[in-house]
Ligand binder design. Structure first.
Ligand code: FAD
Length: 373
């Protein structure tokens, strides 16, 4: 049967939206991505792409480009505050023997790889373009943007993150919950010993270092707090130093050298899982819009990337659109549950400083995620 080529509006030019643009264009669909920010967002310095993310990127020909733009690694080294190794995790290699297991990558670099691939596959990418309204009609959907222009398309993909406007416009419930931690990031020069992610488990907060290129790495911390608060300027800097206070050796020197509050990213850790249909009529949600997790499993981006690639596959099926969207959601929900639940369990264990148990949960979840998406 001849496959149906559709017009698709993707809301959100983050990791999920741009990956979906590549995957859908490669299958012949006509795609526009609208991103509300004036430029391409890449907040948070860097991230880790785990095996499932690399496997899904490999299926659309982009894993090698991410490795070239980032820092390929074999695993995670869990240490005490002085850097003595207590435990090592080497997740299963999903790209095959001898190939990297995880890649640390700058967010701007990942965004560039995805944008270049999306544009060369034929996607139209627009910034300063915010979705503000959606109306389902008999044979299509009408989307209205902030500048008053409209798009009439066959399908809207809401890849607009944890606060998804698409989600509320189509009436799918989802309220993220605060998980009692803040996550911190800042960029530093990569020391020679940082050839993989290191965590440093302190009595109060966990911190670590992830290389993202031969030159750079980012420091990360998760801080246990009672409630959401706002911090900026000198207060932000002082709090970050306090969180990193127990670290010794090279990390202590790096902590003392951090002097620019604008270079520090601080975000509340949120959790969300939409445990029902991820679509309504001609609109479907992917990525953080339906599953947001604590960063402990370093797998939120992996889920968004897998969603994007598998949605494109499902749309190639011979049945009606409704069937494709339903079967996509049914297939993805159990996998999202693995990550959201493991991340939340890890976050809870970390709040109680039960690091050894946290590593066991992480290894088990990595093994579960090694199975086909
Ligand atoms: C500090 C931190 C560290 C993390 N580290 C990792 C890691 O190491 N590994 C990992 O796999 N995951 C990590 N994650 C999770 C990962 O970043 C997310 O899961 C991933 O970015 C989700 O991608 P997304 O495309 O669904 O959403 P987002 O990346 O949030 O993109 C959504 C986009 O939609 C746009 N948008 C929103 N509303 C509208 C609208 N109405 N119209 C148009 N555009 C709109 C936004 O501006 C945004 O650009 C981390 C998250 C945080 C907060």
């Amino acid at each position: 049967m001849k496959q149906q080529r559709r017009s698709v509006l993707i809301v959100g030019g983050g990791i999920g939206g741009l990956t979906a643009a590549v995957a859908l264009c490669r299958r012949g669909h006509a795609v526009e991505v609208v991103e509300q920010q004036p430029g391409w967002p890449a907040v948070g310095w860097g991230l880790s792409l785990t095996g499932p993310a690399l496997r899904a990127l490999d299926s659309i020909g982009l894993a090698q480009q991410c490795m070239d733009a980032g820092y390929p690694m074999r695993g995670i080294r869990n240490c005490d505050t002085a850097g003595n190794v207590l435990h090592e995790i080497e997740p299963p290699s999903l790209l095959g023997p001898g190939r990297p297991v995880i890649v640390g990558l700058g967010r701007p670099a990942l965004s560039r790889v995805l944008r270049t691939a999306a544009e060369s596959a034929g996607a139209l990418l627009s910034t300063d373009a915010e979705l503000v309204d959606l109306t389902f009609r008999a044979d299509d959907v009408r989307a209205v943007l902030g500048d008053g222009t409209e798009r009439i398309v066959d399908l809207v993909v809401g890849a607009d993150g944890v606060g998804s406007r698409t989600r509320s416009l189509i009436g799918i419930d989802g309220k993220p919950s605060f998980l009692g931690q803040y996550v911190w990031r800042t960029m530093v020069e990569r020391p020679d010993w940082a050839t993989c992610t290191h965590t440093f488990n302190a009595p109060r907060h966990a911190s670590g270092l992830t290389p993202i290129s031969p030159e750079h790495a980012y420091i990360f911390s998760t801080q246990n707090v009672a409630q959401v608060s706002h911090l900026s300027g000198e207060a932000l800097l002082a709090e970050f130093r306090e969180v990193l206070a127990p670290l010794e050796g090279w990390m202590a020197g790096a902590r003392d050298a951090v002097d620019d509050p604008d270079a520090i990213v601080r975000r509340p850790v949120l959790g969300l899982l939409v445990d029902g249909p991820w679509h309504r009529d001609r609109a479907i949600l992917i990525g953080d819009a339906v599953h947001t997790c604590a960063p402990h499993m370093i797998s939120g981006a992996a889920l968004a990337i897998e969603d994007a690639v598998l949605l494109a596959e499902h749309l190639d099926g011979p049945g009606p659109l409704e069937e494709a969207l339903s079967s996509f959601g049914r297939r993805r929900l159990p996998r999202a549950k693995i990550v959201v639940e493991a991340s939340s369990t890890m976050s809870g264990l970390e709040r109680e400083h039960r690091y050894a148990e946290e590593h066991v949960v992480q290894e088990a979840a990595f093994a579960a995620l090694a199975k086909d998406a």
